[in-house]
Design a protein around this ligand. Structure first.
Ligand code: GCO
Ligand code: MG
Length: 407
């Protein structure tokens, strides 16, 4: 089974998605996700102009070999542009392998070891009341784990909002915008006190019937994070994500001795080595690897097994800026690894169902996966063409003195 054709399709459904399509000489088509939010054209270029030359006429079933060839063979290994392109190719090849064998990916890998997946969804409020209302609505809809965030009006400039990025798609987001509108001013101290106050409110309102997650996006210093995580211990978070800059591995290794709030990190990591030290030191409780940025299914399986040896669980990155193909591929992996913890999920991702028909289904707050061959996403390319790419940028934060702050 030889690779005949490699295409990359870029389109925008509120968020931009870059899809890799590989066709084999026996007519099997595989799809993968190569979306890198804010850098889509760079990934498209590396696929179209470089990687496709490596792939033509290769044996499509030799996935490990192709993965290593692209990662090591290009010499300038690593970096999010290369690994995201590689992820798209890797997913498409696994999709082909599953379709050829007529098996869902989870069967082709290890076979299901659980029937349904615990998930968490985003709930955002523009103010405290809206947040509490929306939490109540989500709990009524059966969701068990909520990742909460909220806007804060800057007391010294009412026009400035201290934003927290979120994927609650029913609430307007500022995450992607024109280059001229993306900068805002951030104040970590105001945020810390508001976060403690609002977390207490959520717990008082809903008791222990839900589990809570909060994402800090690496915005705090180590000492701020220690102070905050102590105060949050009373509210028993499921995990706290990226309290400090995830690149500062030494700080993460120290941080674990200061708090018993479980820590999750890793959505920014683009290779297995980024995780090696913090896993082997048990600095974190959950790995937040992103299938589309770490290089696809092949490395994610290796990473999960490595984490399993240290009693660390998975909580793969699942925002709306990776496509339903990536969400589906992760669900297959989650179904068949023993150290699955939880999966981040975007409720409305299936609203794209006229374009992407996924094998995923939400039932009573859990994610279920239907037995479709391969990754199991059907794509309507005709409709897809009607949603052209729109250039958009992620926000940029500055501190009170005007210097760039961690996003
Ligand atoms: C998460 C992420 C998202 C990011 C987004 C950036 O934990 O889901 O941090 O909230 O904002 O992936 O594009
Ligand atoms: Mg995050």
């Amino acid at each position: 089974m030889k690779i005949k054709k490699i295409e990359s399709i870029l389109s925008c459904f509120g968020r931009n998605y870059l899809i890799v399509k590989i066709t084999t000489d026996d007519g099997i088509i595989g799809y993968g996700d190569a979306t890198l939010n804010g850098r889509e054209l760079a990934v498209k270029s590396i696929i179209d102009n470089y990687l496709s030359d490596f792939l033509k006429e290769r044996n499509a079933s030799r996935i490990e070999d192709i993965w290593q060839m692209i990662f090591k063979g290009t010499y300038w290994r690593n970096g999010p542009v290369l690994t995201t392109a590689l992820a798209g190719i890797d997913m498409a090849l696994w999709d082909i392998k599953g379709k050829k064998a007529n098996m869902p990916l989870y069967s082709l890998l290890r076979g299901k070891c659980r029937d349904k997946l615990k998930i968490y969804i985003h709930v955002h409020g523009k103010n405290e009341d809206e947040l509490l209302d929306r939490c109540a609505k989500k709990i009524n809809n059966g969701y068990k784990v909520l990742r909460y965030s909220f806007d804060i009006i800057d007391p010294s400039n009412k026009k400035n909002i201290l934003h927290q990025p979120h994927q609650d798609l029913e609430i307007s987001r500022i995450e992607e915008s024109n280059i001229k509108k993306i900068e805002s001013c951030w104040d970590s101290e105001i945020y810390i006190s508001e976060l403690i106050r609002i977390t207490k409110k959520i717990r008082q309102s809903f008791g222990n019937k839900i589990e809570l997650i909060h994402d800090i996006h690496g915005r705090l210093s180590l000492s701020q994070a220690i102070r905050l995580s102590h105060k949050l211990e009373d509210y028993n978070l499921f995990f706290l994500e990226d309290p400090i800059d995830p690149m500062n591995k030494e700080a993460l290794k120290k941080f674990k001795y200061y708090t018993y709030t479980p820590i999750a990190t890793g959505e920014l990591f683009t290779n297995l080595y980024d995780f090696k030290d913090i896993i082997s030191n048990q600095a974190i409780a959950y790995i937040r690897a992103d299938i589309s940025h770490i290089g696809g299914i092949t490395p994610l399986l290796k990473l999960s097994t490595f984490a399993e040896l240290y009693d660390i669980q998975t909580a793969f990155h699942g925002p709306s800026d990776i496509s339903p193909i990536a969400h589906s591929a992760m669900a297959h992996i989650n179904a068949c690894i023993s150290n699955f913890g939880i999966q981040e999920y975007v409720e409305n991702i299936n609203n794209l169902s006229d374009v992407f028909k996924t094998p995923l289904k939400i039932k009573d707050g859990y994610l279920e996966i239907l037995p479709k061959a391969g990754i199991g996403v059907e794509i309507n390319e005709e409709i897809m063409k009607k949603y052209p790419y729109k250039k958009a940028f992620l926000p940029i934060l500055r501190d009170r003195m005007g210097a760039i702050h961690n996003w």
